[in-house]
Design a protein around this ligand. Structure first.
Ligand SMILES: [Zn+2]
Length: 374
């Protein structure tokens, strides 16, 4: 852990200056040669720690492993070329991910600086320049909110979409991380179901079950945590239009499910907790996960029929937090694929090395990034 903490303070590395916008053109002969030589070794670039910015670096490395997200960003910038204007966060983000994946046609930098991206996010009101340690999950939300602001995607009105269509609704301008949670109340007395209510999500935040006082450290599986996340919840004191008389109230059951499944699934495991004595603590519980995640039984339309459609995701990256609730360091295990070859890497700010799948599976996830199996 000392090694990880040491890299946390690395700030002095020099990055090659970046062009203001992501350049969408074919690589020159020289660049083609460089890309070819990189493909042989498949290497990635690290990111400069600009002063407690490992929470930014870890998120960017994880996002750069999500091919569907990268493709969506590239298509978006082709369609909406005005977003390419110098200083936009979308352009800076795509440039950064392209450089760390060693696919940028003109910029080669290892490590690369995130300053330009931070300045663009600052213009959107995010104060990332105060050099305080922040949270990777918060940053992920800030980044997606900023992309939304710059691309101004229209909101989908799911209430007007029939149940059978719900799962397959895809908006070209919505982030591939965007999904909808469906919640439905059902009266326990008469069984009448209320209309489905949809809530947007870009990341599912999952809480860990309360600890048994005799068992301070527990092992959970991500499947069990997701099952618990959508477990039926009792809601008291609801008036039922169908069977309640006058002002009487009934007991309802609230059932959560995945109303619209995202192309990229981000899971956040809430590890910070307030203790009874009022101190912020970190849950160190081990959460098991697999390279393949099957969420078929969580999908709303699957619950309505016996002919389930399989919904399977493939693991792309794991963000791990090392340390305590008050200080620590974020690192990322991430996948990178090129010409059909898939490799795993460990990234910690400027430091990048190859990793084994065994190591990845032993990590303690804070965030998991999955992509829908095509
Ligand atoms: Zn009722």
């Amino acid at each position: 852990m000392k090694l990880f903490l040491k890299s946390y303070w690395l700030t002095g590395a020099v990055a090659v200056a970046a062009s203001a916008a992501y350049v969408l053109f074919s690589p020159s002969n020289e660049n083609s040669k460089r890309l070819k030589s990189n493909q042989k070794g498949i290497r990635l670039s690290g990111l400069v720690n600009e002063g407690n910015t490992c929470f930014i670096n870890t998120t960017l490395q994880a996002l750069a492993s999500c091919q569907l997200f990268l493709q969506w960003m590239e298509n978006l910038l082709i369609k909406k070329s005005e977003i390419l204007s110098a200083g936009s966060s979308c352009a800076s983000l795509l440039t950064t991910m392209s450089v760390i994946n060693n696919r940028h046609p003109t910029i080669q930098a290892d490590p690369y600086s995130t300053k330009e991206l931070m300045v663009s996010l600052h213009k959107h009101g995010w104060n990332l320049l105060r050099m305080e340690e922040q949270d990777a999950h918060e940053f992920f939300n800030q980044l997606l909110t900023t992309i939304e602001e710059e691309t101004r995607s229209p909101k989908i009105n799911l209430q007007t979409i029939s149940v059978s269509e719900t799962v397959n609704v895809v908006s070209n301008t919505s982030s591939p991380f965007r999904g909808y949670l469906a919640s439905q109340l059902c009266c326990l007395s008469c069984g009448k179901k209320a209309p489905v209510h949809y809530d947007v999500f870009e990341c599912l935040s999952i809480t860990l079950p309360k600890l048994d006082i005799h068992n301070a450290f527990t092992i959970f599986s991500i499947e069990d945590l997701l099952k618990q996340f959508v477990a039926p919840e009792t809601v008291n004191g609801v008036h039922c239009d169908n069977c309640s008389t006058n002002d009487s109230k009934n007991v309802f059951v609230k059932q959560l499910s995945l109303g619209k499944i995202p192309q990229c699934l981000c899971l956040h495991i809430q590890r910070s907790e307030w203790s009874n004595s009022g101190n912020l603590t970190k849950r160190q519980d081990f959460v098991r996960f697999q390279e393949e995640l099957n969420v078929s039984n969580l999908v709303y339309t699957n619950r309505l029929t016996e002919n389930w459609k399989p919904v399977v995701y493939h693991l792309r990256a794991v963000v791990e937090h090392l340390g305590t609730a008050h200080s620590g360091h974020f690192v990322t295990f991430r996948q990178h694929s090129m010409e059909g070859r898939v490799k795993w890497f460990y990234t910690s700010d400027t430091f990048v090395r190859a990793a084994t799948i065994k190591e990845v599976m032993k990590s303690s996830p804070y965030m998991l990034f999955y992509e829908r199996a095509l």
